[in-house]
Design a protein around this ligand. Structure first.
Ligand code: SLL
Length: 145
């Protein structure tokens, strides 16, 4: 594929998670419900350049690999523990190699709070997906945004 020369495009995305304590429904293995996500900074639909997203969970989840093929690119689960998710982004027509992000899932407030205070725990990071000399087709798509 024809690659452009001297073009760099940085696309801002947010990778994050939000977790809720399940309160009276909580049991030993399922104390929290959480959602991990990739989103645009203003909740833009990212499917104009992201084809699908793989979420790789801790091996205690079966299956541990989850594929989300349409927006919103998010995954909801229940569990008891914190771990690092691997989030792999695949692009339209495989025009660029996948990009991997690591998301540290947080379930517990830091510093710790009385758990009777049922506040969601949000952990978000701003990322820039940087495409260096992307194929012309991808460059056009990214510029149209
Ligand atoms: C810890 N290193 O020890 C981490 C591992 C794994 C969390 C946390 C599984 C839930 C399920 C789950 O929450 N695993 O079995 O459905 O804190």
């Amino acid at each position: 594929k024809a690659r452009t020369k001297g073009a760099t495009v940085a696309v801002p995305v947010i990778q994050g998670s939000i977790a809720f304590w399940l309160g009276p429904e909580a049991d030993e293995w399922h104390s929290h419900r959480w959602t991990a996500y990739i989103r645009g900074p203003k909740n833009e639909d990212l499917s104009y350049f992201i084809r699908y997203v793989e979420f790789h969970l801790h091996e205690s989840f079966h299956p541990s690999k989850r594929v989300v093929t349409r927006p919103p690119f998010e995954l909801t689960e229940t569990g008891w523990g914190e771990f690092d998710l691997i989030i792999r982004l695949f692009f339209i027509d495989n025009l660029e190699s996948p990009i991997e992000l690591v998301h540290p899932l947080r379930l517990f407030p830091n510093p710790p709070k009385d758990q009777s205070v049922e506040e969601p725990v949000v952990n978000e990071y701003y990322e820039e997906l940087v495409f260096q000399d992307p194929p012309e087709e991808l460059l056009a798509i990214l510029r149209m945004g």
